[in-house]
Design a protein around this ligand. Structure first.
Ligand code: IMP
Ligand code: MG
Length: 176
């Protein structure tokens, strides 16, 4: 990206695509006999969702929820709810990263109250050591250390989502 040195990617776009194909194969097998509804959490899941869907070998439908993630004491806020009625449906929630787990736990609770047949969670990145609530993803791409990462949908102040790879945010960018 012009003017910013992100250094060596944490995950290159090739590594990301390889991982997505692994996840896609598992999901295709697990839902082979089901009618899956994939629900992406915007904005972070945008690119992951689009590549994951294209790696699936099964017929699926898609929907989106737009929410702000929890930050400190700031609660999760739903900006736009999904349009589909999920009662009795097999739902897979797709998110960019699970950190404290608060955001996914909140969305999961909200969706479970609507009585889906099943509800699973798929994340590309997992900062497992940072968990504040007891929740695990059913499908997780890469486990990463406690570092702030950007790219491939992940942002810092809503920027750098369009990097085609994932990189650790340079310290001097945090200072700006
Ligand atoms: P949680 O509620 O703490 O699990 O946070 C999840 C949300 O925080 C994600 O949906 C991201 O929007 C954001 N987030 C957490 N860690 C990172 C990171 O390293 N880079 C970019 N966004 C992050
Ligand atoms: Mg975010």
């Amino acid at each position: 990206m012009v003017g910013i040195d992100f250094g060596k990617p944490l995950f290159t776009s090739e590594e990301i695509q390889r991982k997505i194909h692994e996840l896609g194969s598992r999901i295709s097998q697990d839902y082979a006999e089901k009618d899956l509804l994939v629900v992406g959490v915007l904005k972070g899941a945008l690119f992951f969702m689009s590549d994951l869907l294209r790696s699936l070998k099964i017929s699926v439908r898609m929907d989106f929820i737009h929410c702000t993630s929890s930050k400190g004491t700031q609660p999760v806020r739903i900006i736009a709810d999904m349009s589909e009625d999920i009662r009795g449906k097999d739902v897979l929630l797709v998110e960019d990263i699970m950190d404290s787990g608060v955001t996914i736990a909140h969305v999961k609770k909200m969706l479970l109250a609507r009585n889906p047949a099943s509800l699973k969670v798929c994340v590309l990145l997992d900062k497992a050591e940072r968990r504040k609530v007891q929740i695990e993803a059913d499908y997780a791409g890469f486990r990463i250390p406690t570092k702030y990462v950007v790219g491939y949908g992940l942002d810092y102040k809503d920027r750098y989502r369009n990097l085609p790879y994932i990189a650790v945010l340079p310290m001097d960018e945090k200072m700006r």
